[in-house]
Design a protein. Structure first.
Lengths: 253, 535
């Protein structure tokens, strides 16, 4: 069925090791459907949010059906610690950039995680002279995204090329904004993976199986079900969910 | 049949209350108690005590069968449900949506994209747009974002848009036209303080805002929380939002508040207790004799920082203090709700406030609690008094009290940023008790503080490089106007966050403290317990 194949992103060979470019979108760029906002630089593989069963529902159940497509994120991971607040994800001086403006969206991405202290994070998330990150999966500790409600935070990560965040736990608003914008998958790990993985490790997230696999160390870890956000993500974000429920009218063509 | 007072915004009961008629219908029901705000001249402000659920028979009400917390009740009313339990996802009608210059433009972009270029907002009178973050800056994009807010407000005929037209010399104009405010008659300043001062915070209502400190308004017994641009864009068009009902943590604070403590100490105590994620997804309800004794501004400080514990919202039950504050600020009818005796709380914390001491949150986390006196050897480079947390009128009165008591001069640069124009006026006009009629501004000048700056969010969150009092990287050339840009490391601040880089410089070390502690620290050049000066 066409819808399922369109969300199949498993790539057998590892092109993800090369820096992310718009052309290499298949490597690691599966995103939540983001009906309100699809910058041309970031391809959305899920083009039909209302009709296609998103794989996160499968992640929310312990026994995925055999028909569930394999949704996979491959890439290098970047590892941060506990209580990474949104000022570190995108410092306030860059908040003059308006995320709904495509040019400024890209610019926001180029500043993602620039607020991390250099002493603790000598390897920068975005290399000098780059505008996107080679790390497509972010691994974090407790309370990721705490602080300010700025939606610029998940947007900056998404614009930088992050497809999924795996954290021990999230601050509420960051999680909510990730779901509402569809910029990154906010996944929770069952154990503290931020101490088991290191920046630069090659990892795979198997959403359907709820697993995070670290190829560098050869270990894998369980991911928690997405929970109540599942139906909203499945619909394709808050707008699509509301249209599905008849809460707001369909967008006039 | 009568529905519960909290059941539905369209229930006949509430309509009757709003019209101030038909009360006798319910006065025979012992479970309802109705009282109006103390001063009778506020006839439009009518408050209804929620029914005591334990006295109600489900058979007669047909609706409410379970006791609820006040947060659950507010969301039940707003979602037109008879009852709600924590964890339920409901579509909630929004009473007020607030946005500002940082998140407004993105919100409007999403609104137009989703609802159409010619779409109209759901209710032009329920949207409040307050430029406050990046105002007094030469940053082009920041200035453009204020223009975007203005254009949108004009196009949509937004009733409450607090415009700033003269970005350059706000302070000069204020000084010249103290009683006229010619330059910017509509400008307010920090949104959370302006919302309260302009009467947009009302008990029992739902307020959403594109700022995490929207929770400040919980001080008025309302549900208030921060949301992102996408959710706000949705609310702009639909007037409602899907929200999960949070379970409630209750904080009972009893005992007489020592005169060297402020609400900032109480919330730092709580955050230190439960950590920066201790209330994630949860409501925080503040009750007890100490909370009842707090002014509205102090209650706002308490609720302001619930997000620093991860909280979804904070609430203080409305009472005569609330009603009195609102008397001359709103004519919109409202109804307060209260937690039932049998309501279920996830957990309850008790504090004997009389035993607490002045606190700070050390770098780099709001839960890194320490006694101020334990940090007396920490040398500081500057003091900052301002923001939605610590830049209200009473915060400046508190700082002035310490300066007045000491009679000394500050030893480090001390920056003062009133939250709003109203606060700025108060700083320049209200006499400080016990000073023989001096204003805060006079006392600050005598103590050697920097002149109170134009009201805005200022350096609380860093902002553009030319933001007043921002913790900046070293400057090559220092001119007198660059005094606020001198590279510094350690700042005692009355603001709300001390994560790395929060006030600009990533190496900056921020100690969060009450205005008392901040002022005492300014006088010594070290983190200082205010009892050194207040006794």
């Amino acid at each position: 069925m066409a819808a399922s194949s369109s969300i199949r992103t498993y790539i057998p060979t590892p092109p993800f090791l090369s820096p992310r470019t718009p052309q290499s979108s298949l490597s690691s760029s599966l995103k939540l459907t983001s009906p309100h906002f699809s910058p041309s630089s970031k391809p959305l593989l899920l083009s039909s949010p209302l009709s296609s069963p998103l794989p996160l529902r499968a992640a929310a159940t312990s026994t995925p059906s055999p028909n569930t497509p394999t949704t996979t994120f491959h890439g290098l991971c970047y590892v941060v610690g506990d209580n990474i607040d949104t000022d570190q994800i995108i410092p306030a001086e860059y908040l003059t950039l308006v995320p709904s403006n495509p040019d400024e969206y890209k610019k926001l991405g180029s500043y993602a995680l620039i607020g991390l202290p250099a002493a603790e994070y000598p390897t920068r998330f975005i290399a000098p002279d780059e505008t996107t990150s080679k790390y497509s999966i972010l691994i974090a500790g407790d309370n990721f995204g705490c602080g300010s409600s700025r939606e610029h935070a998940p947007v900056a990560l998404g614009a930088a090329g992050v497809t999924a965040v795996v954290a021990e736990s999230y601050a509420r608003i960051f999680f909510r904004n990730s779901v509402a914008t569809g910029e990154v998958y906010p996944l929770e790990s069952e154990v503290r993976v931020c101490e088991a993985c290191r920046t630069g490790d090659v990892v795979t997230i198997e959403l359907g199986l709820g697993r995070l696999i670290n190829h560098t160390t050869g270990k894998d870890y369980g991911l928690k079900p997405i929970g109540d956000a599942g139906p909203v993500i499945e619909a394709g974000g808050i707008f699509a969910y509301a249209r599905k429920a008849g809460m707001i009218p369909s967008l006039a063509a | 049949m009568a529905s519960s007072a909290i059941a539905s915004s369209s229930s006949p009961f509430i309509n009757k209350v709003q019209k101030d008629v038909g009360l006798s219908t319910f006065s025979s029901q012992p479970s309802f108690s109705l009282h109006t705000a103390k001063k009778r001249n506020s006839r439009k402000i009518t408050c209804v005590m929620a029914p005591q659920q334990t006295e109600r028979k489900p058979a007669t009400s047909g609706s409410v069968k379970t006791a609820m917390t006040m947060t659950e009740k507010i969301l039940a009313r707003a979602s037109e449900k008879p009852m709600l339990s924590p964890g339920e996802n409901v579509w909630v009608n929004v009473d007020v949506l607030m946005t500002h210059d940082v998140c407004g433009p993105g919100t409007f972009g999403i609104f137009k994209k989703e609802f159409g270029q010619n779409a109209k907002v759901w209710d032009r009178e329920k949207i409040v747009i307050i430029p406050d973050h990046y105002i007094f800056t030469t940053d082009d994009r920041a200035n453009r974002n204020v223009d975007i807010c203005r254009d949108f407000s004009m196009e949509q005929n937004i009733k409450y848009f607090y415009d700033i037209k003269d970005l350059g010399n706000f302070k000069v104009e204020l000084l010249v036209f103290l009683d006229e405010l010619v330059a910017n008659p509509d400008y307010k300043g920090v949104c959370h303080v302006a919302l309260a001062q302009e009467g947009h915070c009302r008990p029992g209502e739902v307020l959403l805002g594109t700022d995490s400190h929207t929770c400040t308004a919980g001080a008025f017994g309302q549900f208030a929380t921060g949301i992102g641009n996408t959710d706000a864009g949705f609310v702009l068009g639909a007037g409602k939002l899907l929200l999960k009902v949070p379970p409630t943590l209750r904080f009972v604070m009893d005992g007489e508040m020592p005169d060297y403590l402020l609400a900032k100490d109480l919330i730092l105590q709580i955050i230190g207790e439960i950590s920066v994620s201790g209330a994630t997804y949860k409501a925080m309800e503040f009750v007890g004799s100490t909370v009842e004794s707090l002014t509205m501004e102090e209650r706002m400080t308490l609720c302001n920082m619930v997000v620093e514990a991860g909280g979804k919202n904070g609430v203080v039950p409305a009472d005569s203090t609330t009603y009195k504050y609102l008397e001359d600020k709103t004519s919109t009818p409202y109804e307060a709700v209260f937690s039932d005796d049998q309501a279920r709380f996830l957990s309850q914390y008790r504090f004997d406030v009389s035993k607490l001491e002045p606190l700070v949150a050390k770098p780099h986390s709001p839960d890194n609690r320490a006694l101020a006196r334990e940090c007396k050897d920490v040398k500081i480079d500057r003091v900052y008094i301002g923001s939605c947390t610590g830049g209200k009128t009473e915060d400046f009165l508190a700082a002035a009290k310490v300066f007045l008591a000491s009679g000394r001069k500050v030893k480090v640069p001390t920056f003062l940023v009133p939250a709003t124009q109203k606060v700025w006026m108060d700083v320049y006009s209200l006499p400080v008790p016990g000073s023989g009629g001096k204003t805060c501004s006079q006392i600050f000048e005598e103590a050697g503080c920097d002149t109170p700056a134009s009201p805005s969010c200022g350096a609380c969150l860093g902002g553009p490089k030319d933001t007043y009092a921002r913790l900046n990287e070293p400057q090559a050339i220092l001119t007198p106007t660059d005094i606020a840009s001198i590279p510094v490391k350690v700042c005692v601040s009355t603001t709300n966050r001390n994560f790395p880089g929060r006030m600009g410089h990533k190496e900056g070390q921020i100690y969060l403290a009450s205005p008392y502690t901040a002022a005492a620290s300014a006088l010594t050049g070290f983190v200082t317990d205010p009892r050194e000066f207040l006794r």
